[in-house]
Ligand binder design. Structure first.
Ligand SMILES: Cc1cc2nc3c(=O)[nH]c(=O)nc-3n(C[C@H](O)[C@H](O)[C@H](O)COP(=O)(O)OP(=O)(O)OC[C@H]3O[C@@H](n4cnc5c(N)ncnc54)[C@H](O)[C@@H]3O)c2cc1C
Length: 355
């Protein structure tokens, strides 16, 4: 879908996957904390306290590394979808893997040859390539979508531990280089019916399909935290923080960051709220996604204006974080996301918070 315009280049420090950070998070129990309580996790999806814990986990990870944030968010998405649509057995099996430190990945974006699922005498056979796979070398189990002969998409949970299946990704991205994004070839992978999660169409089922995006926004918020810190630090270090023009920019940056934070919390409350209609939940999260994107994009410009050319010097943390956030903010179908949400609220009033 994105072609194979991959330029070979000597790997730089920026390309290195944040393995040490991932190990530390795994050691702290972050991967298993997101499991439901019945599967030995903290059930971060099961209570308002869990909501704040999940926001903190995503935000802090994004602040440390947007690339790692992308991977942790994908892992959480896998746990969430399996807990919503998987059988008890499938949930237990995934929990056992996660407790052993296995990172999950959600790989839905197809490569040049979309992944299909065909029945065999003993189960099913996958064919095709996923083209945009974060942490392609670190993920041990991926939740992918595959198209059936009836033209329906099903979710399949499949081990991804064969390095020879890993290929080049979408091309060299200007940011998020450390996310380890590549392609994975599923051609000829045999699976049993037990690997199929839920029913055809579940991946696109609302509100989860749209609502899950609040977690990506929480990671982006962490990236905004990092940029605000880097901006203030550098202005202080250069003796420019007292300048009224720079103080205006600092103030505007803080407003943008807090705007994004309030939208992330509003979206999370819609997701955790028990009396929120699915369409309303999806619409609120969609608006939050666009609000965070807009705030993030404005912050990029503000930081560049505040620091000047210094924000464009390769090798500086702020320069890399600017590129990482700009890349991270490119999420699917933003026009549709905004207009669908707007359409929902044309005839409906803005709801009270119910959490
Ligand atoms: C670092 C990184 C890691 C990723 N990791 C993964 C991963 O692990 N798994 C995975 O599945 N994916 C992954 N992705 C891919 C990601 O999920 C999206 O596919 C990608 O971010 C989409 O961005 P886009 O700007 O190309 O979106 P698009 O949806 O193509 O949007 C681009 C523009 O086109 C407009 N547009 C969209 N559709 C249409 C249309 N039909 N007609 C006209 N205009 C249209 C949009 O509104 C927008 O203005 C990753 C992406 C990044 C950047």
């Amino acid at each position: 879908m994105y072609g194979d315009g991959f330029e070979t280049h000597a790997p730089t420090q920026e390309d290195a996957f944040p393995s040490v950070l991932l190990e530390k998070l795994t050691h702290l129990g972050a991967l298993s904390a997101v499991l439901p309580v019945k599967n030995g996790g903290l059930g971060l999806y099961e209570s308002p306290e869990g909501m704040q814990g999940l926001i903190d986990l995503l935000r802090v990870t994004g602040r440390l590394s947007l690339s790692l944030g992308r991977c942790i968010e994908g892992h959480i998405n896998v746990v969430r979808l399996v807990s919503l649509y998987g059988s008890d057995r499938q949930q237990k099996d995934l929990a056992a893997l996660v407790k052993r430190g296995v990172l999950g990945g959600i790989w839905v974006t197809d490569g040049a040859q979309p992944v299909t699922l065909e029945p065999t005498a003993t189960g099913y056979c996958l064919n095709g390539v996923k083209g945009f796979c974060s942490a392609v070398r670190q993920v041990g189990v991926a939740l992918i979508t595959a198209r059936t002969a009836q033209d329906q998409d099903v979710m399949v949970l499949v081990p991804t531990t064969e390095p020879e299946r890993i290929g080049k990704g979408p091309g060299r991205l200007t940011g998020m280089a450390a996310s380890g994004t590549g392609a994975y070839d599923f051609t000829g992978v045999e699976i049993s019916a037990d690997s199929i999660i839920g029913q055809a169409g579940d991946y696109l089922r609302q509100p989860e399909f749209s609502a899950g995006a609040w977690r990506g926004s929480a990671v982006a918020l962490g990236g905004m935290d990092a940029l605000v810190d880097l901006m203030r630090q550098e202005l202080r270090a250069r003796g420019r923080a007292e300048n009224p023009h720079q103080q205006r920019r600092i103030g505007e940056a803080l407003i943008l960051r807090e705007t994004a934070s309030q939208w992330v919390h509003r979206a999370a409350k819609a997701v955790y709220g028990v009396h929120v209609a699915p369409e309303e939940c999806a619409a609120i999260v969609n608006l939050a996604r666009i609000a965070v994107e807009q705030a993030g994009v404005q912050l990029l410009t503000l930081v560049q204006q505040a620091l000047g050319l210094s924000a464009f010097i390769r090798g500086k943390q702020v320069e890399q974080t600017l590129r990482d956030l700009a890349t991270y903010l490119r999420q699917p179908a933003p026009d549709e996301t905004l207009t669908e949400a707007a359409a929902w609220f044309v005839e409906r009033d803005w709801p009270e918070e119910t959490l």
